[in-house]
Write a protein that binds this ligand. Structure first.
Ligand SMILES: *Cc1c(COP(=O)(O)O)cnc(C)c1O
Length: 392
């Protein structure tokens, strides 16, 4: 065998996730492995739980990290809260609602999709109208921060409407947690999941999950067993919340949990609201630079996510070539458009540790040079100065 150790290139990660991981978090993950029932590990998990409660602004006792990426947190919410025949309204304004529908249908639920245009936030009036037509709806699900389009929806209002009609809520906060305002208890969100690798800026592979007492009650009243053994929150609770009497459920991803713990310690040290502000601050500088080049955003200002910038590709530019050149010549990763937006937008993430001044200025320099060399219709040489002025 001639296969040698793997040495990944050093990239600047400005895509829709993963975000860059701070050296402190990488260092935490390289600490010695101990047993997942070791008292020292159990104490670390208790701290991790309270750090997750801090990051999500919740006192929910059922707050943990699923040992798998964001998609597993999504699946945990749906498999536990939905039973055969449960009617679920899913608000669709991007890619992830389609996955929610798959989740509902695969466990025998009935999914009703209400559609908004991609790039727009979810329209609360459409949700209200749908609930009037379907008063037997038991769950409403939506994405808070749509990573496929860069649009932010008004989670607080959507949850209020769902509750007026007696439905519980499942909220996808994979991209919102840590990057923009999110208040689980104040907004009365019933079940929420996130991902470790987006604005929380840890390694991929963990999904923060939190459920309030109403969601737990719904689960305890199920007529059927949860169809997934691994994701059954009733079972995994014996490990995550078993206090001193924790019992084996599965082997926790020990070193990855050290990483999430450290990432959340850093978030706590920065302050959650300061982190929201930082995402906005660097977004505004990026915006100044992009607009000085003449580029336009897909999403209108009040609904624009600071952590995911969907930018329209200028006429006659092959967007894939630009992304390839960013990667090959500058070691910068950005994302492509998905679905109908494929070929039409770039998705520039400023998530977690990636959201910093060096990255904004480096990216604008690189994009300016590449687009100018392709003779794209932009104002060249303006972007970096405009961003620097925004910072000044
Ligand atoms: C990334 C993402 C997911 C899926 O998370 P994975 O960690 O990739 O499984 C789900 N929802 C949204 C909004 C996302 O951005």
């Amino acid at each position: 065998m001639s296969i040698q150790s793997f040495h990944p290139p050093v990239r600047t990660l400005l895509g829709p996730g993963p975000a860059e991981v701070h050296p402190r978090v990488l260092a935490a993950m390289s600490k010695p492995t101990i047993g997942h029932l070791d008292p020292a590990f159990v104490q670390m998990m208790d701290e991790l739980k309270s750090l997750l409660q801090y990051a999500l602004m919740t006192k929910n006792n059922m707050t943990m990290a699923v040992s798998a990426p964001g998609s597993a947190g999504m699946e945990a919410c749906f498999t536990n809260l939905i039973e055969p025949g449960t009617k679920v309204i899913i608000c669709e304004n991007g890619v992830f609602a389609g996955r929610m529908r798959e989740n509902v249908e695969r466990v025998g639920g009935v999914a009703i999709l209400i559609k908004d245009e991609w790039g727009k936030p979810i329209d609360p009036n459409k949700l209200k109208d749908a609930l009037k037509v379907h008063p037997d709806t038991q769950v409403v699900a939506f994405v808070h921060a749509e990573t496929s389009t860069g649009a932010l929806s008004d989670a607080k209002t959507l949850v209020e409407i769902a509750h007026e009609f007696g439905a519980l809520t499942i909220v996808d906060a994979v991209t919102s947690a840590g990057g923009c305002e999110l208040r689980v208890d104040e907004w009365n969100i019933d079940a929420i999941y996130s991902g470790s690798q987006k604005c929380l800026s840890s390694a991929a592979g963990l999904s923060p999950l939190s459920m309030n007492p109403a969601a737990i009650e719904r689960i305890s009243n199920r007529k059927h067993k949860v169809p997934s053994w691994f994701l059954d929150v009733g079972l995994v609770t014996a490990y995550w919340h078993g206090g001193k009497r924790r019992s084996y459920h599965h082997t926790a991803p020990i070193n990855n949990l050290y990483g999430l713990h450290e990432a959340l310690v850093m978030l706590h040290q920065e302050g959650l609201e300061n982190s929201w502000d930082r995402h906005r601050y660097h977004h505004l500088a990026l915006r100044a630079g992009l607009e000085a080049m003449g580029l336009k955003f897909l999403v209108k200002e009040p609904y624009r996510l600071p952590q995911l910038n969907a930018v329209l590709v200028p006429e006659q530019v092959d967007e894939a070539i630009v992304r390839q050149r960013l990667l090959n010549e500058y070691n910068i990763e950005i994302g492509a458009g998905l679905g109908d937006l494929s070929g039409k937008i770039w998705r520039i993430g400023l998530m977690g540790y990636s959201s910093n001044e060096k990255n904004v200025l480096f990216f604008l320099t690189a994009l300016d040079e590449i687009l100018a060399s392709m003779k794209a219709p932009i104002f060249k040489g303006m972007a970096v100065d405009a961003a620097a002025r925004a910072y000044a």
